[in-house]
Structures are given as structure tokens and as C-alpha cells.
Write a protein that binds this ligand. Sequence first.
Ligand code: SF4
Length: 772
Amino acid sequence: MSKVLDYHEKHKNDWRWQEGDVTATRTTMWTGPGCHNGCGIVYYTKDNKVVGIEGDVNNPVNQGRLCMRCINYLESTNHPDRLKWPLKRVGERGENKWERISWDEAYDIIVKNVRDIQKNYGPESIVAMEGTGRNIVWQVNYLCYSAFQSPNFTLGFLSGDSCYMPRAAVEGVTNGDFFLVDCSQQFEDRYENPEWRAPEYIMIWGSNPLAANADGFFGHWITDLMQRGSKLIVTDPKLTWLATKADYWLRIRPGSDAALAMAFLNIVISEDLYDHDFVEKWTNGFNEVAERVKEWTPERAAAVCWVDKDALVAAARAFAKAECAAIHWGVAVDMAVTGVSTAQSLNSLVAITGNMDVPGGNILVQYAYGQGLAYNYGFENVPQDVAPKRLGNEYPLRQMGFGANAHEDAVLEAMESGKPYPIKMLWLQTTNPIANMAGEAPRVYAAMKKVDFCVVVDLYMTPSAVAFADIVLPAAMSSERWGNRNWYTPLRTITKVAEYYEAKSDEDIILELGKRLQPEFFPWKDNKDWYDWIMLNEATESGMTFDELQEKVYSFPKFEYRKYEKGLLRPDGDPGFNTVTGKLELKIELYEMWGLDPLPWYEEPRESPYSTPELFEEYPFVMTTGNRSYEFFHSEHRQLKLNREFHPDPIMDINADSAAKLGIKEGDWVWIENRKGRFKQRARLDQFMDPRVIRAEHGWWFPEKEAAEPSLFGVFDSNCNNLTSMCDNGPTGYGAPYKNQIAKVYKCTEENSEIMPSTQVTRLGGFPYVKK
Ligand code: SF4
């Protein structure tokens, strides 16, 4: 055994120990900055500062491995650009002129503005937003509902809730839970567990888990499984590293996922490769689905989705014939108007092939000890006459009460039109909309500029803070806060080991402000006290205090396979799924009741080679966006020297032959343009991409550039969301075309680069060819 492993073996039962004057603490990393995973780490601290970090070999989640975002945590946590104390704007918005103020002064200004707006316009005129950054998926909404008394909590301009929500909107009504690939993550003894087995096939659909580590799924579990014999099917426009290792790579046209997923179902059903026993006992609507997907023959799907027909048929057969198989899916499913339909078909594929909640299939993993508080937490504290005013209630699924937050697109429309009421205040906590998730970023910029009062809580000064904020509050990083990580299992503590100037944890900011506004809803002493309450609360009972969990570092609840057979999914304790019929709903009965199509369907992207062929002649590429990188998490990490050394510039991928025809060479800066705007990135030539597809990065801004407008950290210069759209959602209200816009590409030259997009947007009113 190596010295390193000896060292960790010695400390496997300790959560904290001394190394001379340095304290070691085993705990969990959850952003920010970082990602959504929650890896086990050991912090080494001295004088309230982190001086070292390493992966916790004794934590079953990541077994000692870390990716570069956490390995380089020292640079981010001690970075001189971090926000150190509260700031008040003293110049005009966009001038980047600030004055240091105390926390009390900041809270007083915020309280005064909230009270004035509540009195003059109603609490619904306040919108609170969060992004996908820090672990506050239930705290910002709690602040919005309980302190601001507004129903308008939302996700920082993520059009159509296009991250996980389309999948959740399906899973909630078809199987009543969430599924994940069975990587043994639910067992403390992991791959040694006698009940567990490796999936024979894993189909990776629209995700690059090695870089993304999305939503509590550590990407390297996939490589662990490959070492244990799992084979891959990869559906992705790009030949990713995992795709090079796959038995089948389906090079899909971005935006056609729903058609391809239906073709999978058709092949499995028409070739009688489905699990008759499971289908008969546990599902409904099989015959109707079979009839619906018939039209998606392999030939038609191959033509529409630009995939190889033989590879499609072979992949479907391999998946269905495997002893056990599972799907790992990503946001490519969500980021299309057909997102809900794609999710429905993939969910059905897992079900009819007998892979739901079985060893080596897709497990229904559930939140550890029921700790999964979500976006509606605290909604009961909104006054009864205000709650129905939540923006977006007219969107179909929300009319039926299926919506966890205000609809981002409806919020934008209200900001633009003042209807049904004006938006007077924005609270942005862990979101940097114009750099990251706002579709149609220039439009969002113009709308946000009009809002009277804006508070930003973040780690660094961001383009959104410079452009809109009146008050900027410094948030603590992961090592400076108490918290728990419950998404999905095991339950883990996030332990505070350090402090940074006057930065406060997101929870403490919310508690302190909440106590000033509506003290009756904020009885907790501090951040840790709140977690204690949640862990021991009747509804989410874990049986542990926060301190007890902290000493255990993590805790695995009992896990069982085939919960539907054992009455473990339904509140009434009967066998079956937690759905209205008790069956796994291949046909969604509630959707039919609500006037929505209950079966999978396909719609061409609204601008595409087939729906707008004339336009495609002018814009002859289908552009996908949003691929993850190892160096960055969305718009984070751009100020880190090490990460930028690995990844200095934004990169777009283009087929090498297509590039040659356009006179574009490796590394050239190119403009990507459509009818909404343009942006520039560096070309990376790819031998394997479809010649009609390009792939651009998101989240780019340049902390090294001038902060003040017109530069605004160059936030619009390389911003792929200059080309995407808002208010263009699927029929359920979920899903938006982030990943399937059409565009043209041309080389940047001095002549065509005179006016940069940031100037165009901040000084010249936007791109001239965009219809207003
Ligand atoms: S996946 Fe990477 S960034 Fe995320 S918590 Fe683990 S090491 Fe950190």
C-alpha cells in the first residue's frame, strides 16, 4: 500500500485531526465554485484559511478522486478578485463604481426598498432568482416566499426551465421518482456489494458525464463501470472520449432527440424485444404507445436525425437484449421544445426493457432521508391573495399546479411590458444571467436594465452585477459554510472550516435579511441551526443532528431494488408506482386530463433544415451549445489562471471539411451569426462531426477585460446566447431551443470586427437586424 493510502487508512474513522498546526477535516465539497456533485474531500486549514485540499479516499462517492475545479480550489478561495464586503453602487449602472458599506447598511437599504415596493406595487413585483451554482436549491425560494412575500421565485432566465425540469415533469407523472444509472452509488461498500451488478450496456444520451458530473452523478463512475465490463452506446453530435470507447455512437442532429427516442421504442416493440411480464404487470398504455411510435421506422429516424440506420437498429437491439441496461441522460434532452417527449420515450424505454429499479438498470434512488427540499419550500408563507399571481400560471402544466417556480419567460415578458404587473426588484443569488443561462441574452440585458432595484449575491464581481446591481453582497465559498448534501445519496455534511473577510454563507444572508423582514418565518439562530431543524423535521426526519452527521461525514440510508413490488414507492404502502394509476405510465393519464398529448410526439425545431429550408440556405449549420468542460462550471472559474492555462479561449467545433470550404483554419477566431445576433469563438476542427453541425461553448466572459460598459467583461463578445431565444417553449411550457439554432459561420477579420457585440448590445441598442 502506498504512503498516501496508509495515511488515509489510518484516518478512516476520524472526521477531524491535527497535523502539527494544520487541521485536517473530512467533509464534502459542494459549490461554489465547483459543480453540483458533492465529492468527499479533506481540507487542511490553518488560521481559518484553507491551505490544502485533497480527495477523501475514504468517501465512497468519489473514492479520493477530484477534478481540476476542486484540485484548484486554493486558487479560487484565496483569489484577490473575490468580493470581500458589501458594496453599494455610486456611479451609474454599468460604470463599475462602488462604495464599501457594512452589512447593516446593506440590509437597511434592502429592507427599505422591499417595504416600499411591497407597499406601492405589491410583493409580487419582487422577483428572486438563482442559478445552478451554490447549494441553495431551497433557500432562495424560501427567502422569496417568506421574506419578500412574493410568489415569483425563478431560475435566472433559464427559458422553459430547460435544465432537468422537462425530465422531472415526465418522471414525476410516469414513475413518481427520478432514475439514475445504477453505479452502486447507493451502497457504502459500492462495487463490492453482493446485490449490485454492472449494467451490461449504458446508453449515454446528450451528456458528457466525465466533464459535467451533473446532479449528484460523479462522471468517473462510468469509467469504473467500463472497467467492470459495461459497454456503451453514446448519442451525441460530438465524438466525445466516451463515444470513442462506445460500441455504438449515434451522431444525432441536435434537436431531433424525440424522434430518435421514439425510433428506439419502435424497434424494441416491433422486434418483440420488450419485457412482457413487466409491461403487463406494471405499465399502462403500452398498445397506444406502440401504435404512436410505429411511424418512426429506422429509415425515417435515420433520415430525420442524421444517424446511421444500421447503428441505430443495432444499438436498440443491444440495449433491449442486455441482461441489464441503463440510460444516463443530460440537458440535451431538456433543451429543445420536444424535451418532455424525449424524456417520456427514454423513460418508457427503460421500463419496457425491464430495467427500472433493478440491479444494473436505472435505479429510483430517492433523496437520502427525505432531505430533498425543493423550489416550493415556504410557498405556504406567501399571502393567499398574492400566491395566485405567480407569473407563468397560464403555462399548461402550471395551470394544473405542476410548477415549482415562476416561469422565466413570463417574468421576462412582465419586465418588458409591465403586464400583468411591473417588476420593480430583482434578487440575484448565485446567478449571472447574461453570461450564462439567459436565452437571448441581449434581450434579457435590456429588460433587466429597466428594473428599479437589484441586489446581487455572488463570489466575484460579475457582468450581471456590474450591469444591474445597486447592492452587491459577498457570498462564502464551500469551505466557509455549513450545509448538507442530499442529492441524492448518501447524506453528507458540508463543514465550515474557514472564513474570508466579511463574506457570509448564502443561508446566513437569507436568515439575517429574513429576520429583518418577516421574523416569524426565520426562527433559526444561524445556518447550522437551520440544517439541524431540517434534519430532525418530521417531514424529512433523518434521526441525526447536524453535528452527528458531521462526525460520520456521510450516512447511507437503506436501499432496496424493485421498490414497486414491495410497496416502497407509494404513500399508501401498496405495491406499484407513485402515479395516479399506480402503474408506470407509458401513456400519461394526467396529461390527457389536462388537455396535453399523453403519448410521445415529435416536432421539428421551429427553425431547422426541414421546417425553414430557405432560412437554412442562409444559415447552413445546426448549432448546439452548452457542452461542459473540465476547467469550468458554467460561467464560473474564468478568473483562475490555472484553469485558463488549460482553456484560454472559447472554442467552437466545426467539421474540418466545412471549415476548409470557409477558409477557416484550426484556432482561427470565427463569427457565428443568425437572425438574432452574432458572437466569436476560436475554431477547433473536427474530423468526425457532421458537416452541417457546429458546437459552441457557453458561459464565457473575460474577467481580465474592462469591467465597465461598453466592455462589461466582454460578456456579449463570445456569448452563444446572442443567438438563442426566449419565449419559444414546448407545449407543456417546458423545454426551449438552446441546443438547436441554425447559424452561419465566417472568419473574423479586422473589417468585420470593428464593433464588438458587447458595444453593440450595451451602447447601440442591440444587433441591428433583430426585429424589435
Ligand atoms: S465533480 Fe469535480 S468540481 Fe464537482 S465536487 Fe467533485 S471534484 Fe469538485
